[in-house]
Design a protein around this ligand. Structure first.
Ligand code: ACO
Length: 334
């Protein structure tokens, strides 16, 4: 019997209109466009305006993905919203998104937190649900609003991040010639402290900040960038290799790479390992920065719109992020 697995039916995206350029950042912290561009590849990023909701961007991206998939919204059986920066701690963004999409059924909906690997974890979760045959179509959203959690006084991190949402409708197929061919997921939990937002959870609730203003920086992202850089280059290259091997392929057979957009130097390193030139690799970091779980679906979306991914292409999607989570998928585009 052929195994049921996930295939992509439609992809959508939504980004805030507000653009923050490197020139803007030069006025905020001690940095230069030259440093940011050469060290990270970011030229500008999209950030939410006051009062703007990341959940609303999820809804817009989801609507586009549903429209592109040509399915009826009521065919969706499950919503997985991959994020760690939803509008509220409670309820989950997924339930609010379900309400705003106006589904007539109470389909299950939950948030999944795996930082920048979130969308990859979400697709693999959907893949497993679909493989049971009990679910036919699943909406997976990757979205993050990092700007509210960015310390705009910390030049080492504030130049990197942005906000945005991407979404995909996945359905089950038995066709071995399309969809998810293999996956490699992992979490190097021993590195959990190198990228974190310490405040705002149950260990350091908001009232702690009210009582002690010196804790303010704990409510922002802190990152040991250089350590992270060294660890992820090795971890990501190994994860990509394992996923390709599990798919029964070699690196030479991969047509296109959709990596997490954290740093062009990391993107170039992974592309080089696969022997892929830049034009065979999705790069959006210069215009959107690192928008965490949104970065891979948005990079996938732009590559499809630009005609860079063609039917039958074997693509690798790979992500890494706080946790330290990592995930790679090999997908045959149908
Ligand atoms: N402008 C100018 N100088 C700066 C800036 C800046 N914005 N930021 C740091 N510097 C300085 C540092 O102070 C340091 O100066 P010093 O040598 O006098 O001490 C120098 O530049 C080098 O600093 P490094 O931290 O060693 O720079 P590096 O080359 O490692 O680049 C960066 C930093 C871009 C953060 C890189 O380490 C990186 O991309 N790391 C990975 C980040 C990542 O992948 N995050 C992914 C997950 S995100 C998520 O999950 C939400």
């Amino acid at each position: 019997m052929t195994k049921i697995h996930a295939k992509f039916d439609g992809v959508g995206k939504s980004l805030p209109e507000k653009i923050l350029t490197n020139a803007d950042l030069e006025k905020m912290v001690d940095t230069t466009d030259e440093w940011i561009t050469t060290r990270t590849g970011v030229k500008e990023r999209r950030i939410l305006s006051p009062g703007e909701s990341i959940n609303d961007h999820c809804v817009k991206a989801a609507k586009e993905a549903i429209e592109k998939s040509k399915c009826d919204p009521d065919e969706i059986d499950l919503i997985i919203n991959c994020t760690f920066t939803s509008d509220y701690v409670l309820p989950s963004g997924a339930c609010i998104i379900q309400d705003k999409l106006g589904f007539s059924r109470n389909v299950p909906a939950f948030d999944l937190a795996a930082a920048c690997s979130g969308f990859m974890y979400g697709v693999e979760t959907a893949n497993s649900f679909l493989s049971t045959g009990n679910y036919r179509k699943i909406l997976v959203i990757g979205a993050d609003a990092l700007s509210p959690f960015t310390n705009w006084k910390d030049r080492a991190s504030c130049v990197l991040f942005g906000d945005g949402a991407g979404a995909a409708v996945l359905s089950g197929t038995e066709d071995p010639n399309e969809g998810v061919l293999s996956s490699d997921l992992g979490a190097a939990g021993k590195h959990n402290r190198i990228l974190m937002v310490e405040g705002g959870g149950s260990a350091m609730h908001g009232t702690a900040l009210m009582n002690d203003a010196s804790l303010e920086s704990k409510y922002y992202i802190t990152m040991e960038g250089n350590t992270l850089f060294k660890i992820v280059t090795r971890i990501v290259a190994d994860s990509v290799n394992r996923a390709i091997e599990k798919a029964g392929l070699t690196a030479a057979e991969i047509d296109f790479l959709v990596p997490h957009q954290a740093n062009t130097r990391i993107i170039d390193f992974v592309a080089e390992k696969l022997g892929l030139p830049r034009e065979k690799c999705a790069v959006t970091i210069h215009k959107y920065g690192n928008n965490s779980a949104a970065s891979i679906p948005i990079a996938l979306y732009d590559s499809l719109e630009e005609g860079k991914i063609k039917k039958g292409d074997k693509i690798v999607m790979t992500g890494f992020g706080g946790g330290l989570t990592y995930a790679s998928l090999v997908v045959k585009w149908g």
